[in-house]
Design a protein around this ligand. Structure first.
Ligand code: MRU
Length: 342
């Protein structure tokens, strides 16, 4: 079951908003449908957003009809801009856009460009598949037999179009024969933990217990958790990490209770152009996601609600960052630079 699949002239995705109730595949036939799917979170999770955008850009380019390169470039730029405006935090999206843009530059032969864009999107997808699998097996070395691992949001195959990041590490440890238990936070407001993480772990027969976000302190303080592992949407040069709202709270709780806190992400999620986490753009989403659950309004009409989708975990709370190249520990500034340059 592939969360994202290129089908020659369209993109087939699992519509993540329908899980776990229904396994629905959406066929996206235009780039605007791919942009909408990213905005509506039918496809979500940093690496998966980058992969979907790459295919969406290739799809959009196939329909460009232009008499000269300047006109081609202007239509192509409009496509790139639509994707850049879809979601601001996951850097994988912008990395994919940059790679696709570079492919279109060197030649005036549109047929060649169109084919090269499809090839590049496939390469980006293959890179993420490869990176997430590698980092998962590297990270699994950190997990002791008999561990209980707490995770937040969803960082499995659905979120990566690959093996997974935080859930990839958990899956690899389980495949090594270690006895693993997972505590998954439900992850309000959109409940990716309840809808997706619980579903993915159950598909893999990995024992999982669902908790509300506010129960995390209880479990961490009662020595019921051996480590916390989360994914990332963007990691700044100093190791500060943007991930789903609530991650920062978990990191402090982990530190306070002496529990290791790991971030698992491919190097495509590292953004060395930003010195620290306060420069990472944080997506603000519709407040209705907070006032409503599953389309049902629970808060009083007219109440003000805030909905930042991500927060920043300062690097001092992160025990290690697990990437496909290596497991990096402090000092992150020097080590992340060395790693990305490698
Ligand atoms: O808003 P989402 O669901 O796209 O946020 C996803 C996360 O925060 C994930 O933890 C992150 O993208 C890592 S996915 C491997």
């Amino acid at each position: 079951m592939k969360p994202i699949e290129w089908q020659g002239n369209r993109l087939k995705i699992i519509d993540q908003t329908q899980l776990p109730g229904k396994l629905v595949f959406a066929e996206l036939c235009s780039y605007t449908e791919v942009v909408a799917a990213i905005k509506e979170m039918k496809v979500r999770g940093a690496p998966a957003i980058g992969v979907a955008a790459a295919y969406g850009i290739a799809l959009g380019a196939q329909n460009i009809k232009a008499e000269n390169k300047a006109k081609f470039v202007s239509q192509f730029d409009r496509i790139l801009q639509s994707f850049a405006a879809a979601r601001p935090t996951a850097v994988n999206l912008f990395r994919a856009i940059d790679r696709m843009k570079k492919v279109a530059e060197p030649t005036d032969d549109f047929a060649k460009i169109k084919q090269a864009l499809i090839d590049e999107a496939k390469a980006i997808h293959a890179n993420e598949e490869d990176a997430t699998e590698r980092l998962s097996w590297l990270g699994a070395e950190l997990i002791e037999d008999g561990s209980t691992i707490l995770t937040h949001c969803n960082a499995g195959p659905l979120a990566t179009a690959g093996y997974g990041t935080a859930l990839g590490v958990i899956k690899a440890a389980a495949e090594q024969g270690k006895k693993i238990e997972v505590i998954a936070t439900e992850t309000r407001p959109l409940l990716q933990g309840a809808h997706l993480t619980a579903w993915e772990l159950m598909q893999d027969n990995i024992p999982v217990t669902l908790i509300t976000d506010s129960m995390a302190g209880y479990f961490l303080s009662r020595s019921k958790v051996n480590c916390v592992i989360v994914g990332a949407d963007r990691i700044a040069a100093n190791g500060d990490t943007a991930n789903k709202i609530g991650t920062y709270t978990l990191a402090i709780l982990a530190k306070e209770n002496g529990v290791p806190f790991y971030v698992a992400a491919p190097t495509s999620t590292i953004d060395l152009s930003l010195k620290s986490g306060d420069q990472i753009p944080i997506e603000e989403r519709n407040p209705e996601e907070v006032t409503n659950i599953g389309g049902i309004r629970l808060a009083p009409k007219g109440v003000k609600a805030a909905n930042p989708a991500f927060d920043i975990t300062p690097h001092k709370y992160i025990t290690a960052i697990i990437t496909e190249k290596d497991i990096v520990r402090k000092p992150y500034l020097r080590r992340l630079k060395q790693l990305v340059g490698r």
